[in-house]
Design a protein around this ligand. Structure first.
Ligand code: ADP
Ligand code: MG
Length: 336
């Protein structure tokens, strides 16, 4: 679209900016990219017989990150959240586009941002193939493209009664990091002085579970990536699948920095934390061996934390001695 006169960076500056920071002549091309940055469209070539998996995520300053966030970490996270969506579908990454609104052209900032972005892109062989650049309040939107075999996607509506419920890694640390950054009294009062330096990585540089997601494609039933909190995201699977679930609290991995929190806040972090980007998935009980093999092959810790139950019932938490624990109030909702 032809921009209003003051909307675009100065004439020539836009192409220059793209060339300096986002076009990488040395970038390894993958067979999936028939044509990358520079034309009106990029051309992607999925493997024969595969479906495309497509997802977009927008990151807005003041909503998803603080204005003083380290730009390298922001570049990492912008792509990480999109890779996590592919992982949650069981798809293999092919490439991504980047739409960027920038208040000004700050070369040092852009260099650091693209360093974080490309480090993760290269680690997952997922090249940047195009995008758009405009002037405006800082805002990043990535659209990612992946591929998978028909019938193998890990859909939210595919959980079956009796399925085991699994979680990769652990949840809760990103939320505690966020509360420590905000200086929330319950977080600071019960955390070690060096907790934030340990936990910050979990908030700012999540590691998307791409290898695990692909290993589970065609094996697991339903999956979702935990971005808004374990309970809320499990709720999406349960609603879509028309089922209920039980989580055994003792089976839920407890990160060491959460041990000292009061019980209510510990549960809040575990169940409603958000920004974890772990995979929550279900699989038939007779697939346990294969699920553990998928975890081993992808070098990803995986824990069985509960099961899918009959009826579109609510989530039940099972505490010590099998007693039912009430699920505390809901997680984060942008419009709540
Ligand atoms: P058009 O006017 O046809 O949309 P643009 O001038 O916006 O083209 O972009 C020129 C080329 O640069 C296109 O191939 C586009 O995909 C790419 N591009 C623009 N912004 C970015 C960006 N932030 N990252 C990567 N590629 C970009
Ligand atoms: Mg454009």
């Amino acid at each position: 679209m032809k921009p209003r006169e003051d909307a675009a960076p100065a004439p020539g500056a836009e192409f220059d900016l793209i060339r300096r920071h986002f076009q990488r002549p040395e970038a390894p091309t993958t067979p999936a990219v028939a044509l990358g940055i520079g034309d009106d469209c990029a051309l992607l070539q999925p493997s024969p017989g595969h479906q495309l998996a497509i997802s977009s995520d927008m990151l807005v300053e003041g909503v998803h990150f603080f204005h003083d966030v380290v730009p390298e970490a922001l570049g990492h996270k912008a792509l990480a959240v999109n890779l996590s969506d592919l992982a949650a579908m069981g798809a293999r990454p092919l490439g991504f586009t980047l739409a960027l609104a920038l208040p000004r052209v700050d070369d040092a900032w852009l260099a650091a941002f693209s360093r974080g972005l490309f480090a993760l892109a290269e680690a997952h062989a997922c090249p940047l193939v195009g995008g758009d650049t405009t002037r405006g309040p800082l805002n990043l939107c990535i659209t990612i493209f992946g591929e998978l075999r028909p019938g193998q996607a890990l859909r939210r509506d595919a959980a079956q009664v009796g399925d085991d419920l699994y979680l990769s890694g652990a949840v809760g640390e990103a939320r505690l990091a966020l509360e420590l950054l905000r200086g929330t009294p319950w977080a600071t009062a019960h955390s070690a002085p060096d907790a934030l330096s340990r936990l910050r990585e979990r908030l700012e540089r999540p590691a998307p579970r791409v290898a695990l997601g692909q290993a589970l494609a065609g094996l697991a039933h339903a999956a979702i990536d935990v971005s808004d909190g374990l309970a809320g995201d499990l709720g999406h699977i349960l609603r879509a699948s028309g089922a209920g679930a039980e989580i055994e609290l003792d089976a839920l991995p407890l990160p060491p920095d959460l041990v000292r929190l009061p019980e209510a806040q510990r549960l809040e972090c575990l169940l409603h934390g958000g920004d974890d980007y772990e995979l929550l998935f279900t699989a038939a009980p007779d697939a346990r061996e294969q699920v553990l093999a998928a975890a081993r092959d992808s070098q990803t810790p995986v824990q069985r934390i509960g099961r899918i139950t009959a009826g579109a019932g609510p989530l039940r938490l099972i505490g010590p001695q099998g007693r039912t624990v009430a699920v505390p109030t809901r997680g984060f909702d942008h419009f709540a």
